[in-house]
Design a protein around this ligand. Structure first.
Ligand code: ADP
Length: 401
């Protein structure tokens, strides 16, 4: 501190070197003669004074004492303030750095986010474009497929029409063949009936009634034969889609054997039938199934001939809900060429008047209507004879209540 009198002399100071010095009126503000450097900071005058360790900064506060005509100046050590200011500046810089850093991180993140969003948008657009392309391709493929389906449907309709025409043609051909066979089959008994009727008339006129009766019996036999032929044809002409119901297998075969018993006795064939359990049943129609079995048996009897041979009837259940009825004979069998034709209508190797060639084709048709199959199997152990197998769907017999 220092105190100046009105003339500008330092009259009191705590720095002994300053005592007694004169300060010109100008020097009172810049204190050059005291080796001070001054600078204004806002309203405050900062003074840098020499000190033992160099220079030190002071804040000057001055006051005039008019009574004494003195002016007193006090220099406060400003280094603490400048230190604080430096610290504050440092903190401000650090804060600025942190804030800038944070801002930079945020900006960086935002940029990255924007870049990612841009990338995602671009990928979504690419995907959309691909989906659009793919959809267009698919639509085109669909249209092509639709056209192909329409063409195929048209082709199928055409095929069906052609098939129908073929079936119709085949029907007409069959009808022609059938009428030829029919006239052949009916002509013979008709001729016999005619001659037997004439015969009977003559015999009655001559009073030989017993012989006339014989002729009438022959006529009746011929009528029976014609009735049989007509029945067979009825079976051939029947419509498919017959209602099936559970039919017990054993009784149907028994019935067929019973109906054929005169024929069986005549042929002296050995017939064995392994009777199945009573509850074994198939989905069929009893009368038609009986006709199938009879057709197979008649063929077997024809095959073994009058001298007798062995015929076996077996039944078995197989997997998949199927029942198998086999008619096996030890006759001459069927040669390779005939095998391909035996199910054709009117195919027969029998003499005229003995076979119409309809038995197997009718049996085959009936079995197929039941949802089954009639198969000519290889004869057992490669021996002679024939094995016909009827495959039929198994059925449950309703329990009689
Ligand atoms: P048909 O008995 O009136 O000739 P089918 O359709 O029943 O007519 O039989 C056709 C042909 O199949 C017979 O003529 C015969 O040659 C042959 N056939 C059928 N069953 C047998 C059998 N068990 N053994 C040998 N040949 C058979």
């Amino acid at each position: 501190m220092l105190a100046l009198d009105g003339a500008g002399r330092i009259v009191a100071t705590n720095r002994p070197r300053w005592r007694g010095r004169w300060l010109s009126p100008e020097d009172r503000t810049d204190l050059q003669s005291l080796h001070a450097r001054t600078e204004m900071r806002g309203e405050h005058l900062l003074v840098s004074l020499p000190a033992a360790e160099g220079r030190r900064l002071y804040l000057k506060a001055a006051k005039n004492l008019p009574v004494l005509d003195w002016s007193v100046a006090v220099f406060f050590d400003a280094s603490a303030v400048t230190r604080q200011a430096a610290t504050a500046a440092l903190i401000a810089i650090l804060l600025t750095l942190i804030v800038t850093g944070l801002a930079w991180i945020v900006a960086e993140r935002r940029l990255r986010l924007q870049a990612r969003l841009r990338g995602e948008r671009a990928a979504a657009l690419r995907l959309e474009r691909r989906v659009r392309d793919r959809t267009r391709d698919l639509t085109r493929a669909n249209q092509r497929l639709g056209e192909e389906v329409r063409e195929r449907e048209a082709a199928e309709a055409e095929l069906r029409r052609t098939q129908d025409e073929l079936v119709q043609t085949a029907k007409l051909a069959t009808l022609g063949q059938m009428s030829a066979a029919l006239s052949h089959e009916f002509n013979q008994p008709l001729a016999v009936i005619r001659s037997q009727a004439d015969n009977a008339e003559l015999l009655v006129q001559r009073g030989r009634c017993a012989e006339a009766g014989e002729s009438l019996r022959k006529i009746a036999a011929m009528v029976d034969r014609m009735a049989t032929i007509s029945r067979t044809l009825k079976g051939f002409a029947r419509k498919p889609g017959t209602q099936t119901q559970p039919v017990p297998v054993g009784p149907v075969i028994d019935e067929a054997l019973m109906l054929l018993s005169p024929r069986i006795k005549r042929s002296q064939a050995q017939i064995s039938f392994e009777r199945p359990p009573r509850e074994l049943a198939v989905a069929a129609d009893a009368v038609l199934l009986e006709q199938v079995v009879m057709n197979l048996l008649v063929n077997a009897l024809d095959a073994v001939g009058e001298e007798g041979g062995e015929i076996r009837i077996t039944t078995e259940t197989c997997g998949g809900g199927e029942v198998l009825i086999r008619v096996i004979d030890d006759g001459p069998g069927i040669d390779a060429e005939a095998r391909g034709h035996i199910f054709d209508p009117f195919f027969t190797t029998k003499d005229v008047g003995e076979g119409l060639g309809l038995g197997l084709s009718i049996a085959d048709k009936i079995v197929r209507d039941f949802g089954g199959q009639l198969v000519l199997e290889e004869s057992l152990e490669g021996g002679a004879g024939s094995v016909f197998a009827v495959h039929l769907p198994q059925a449950e017999l309703a329990v009689a209540g």
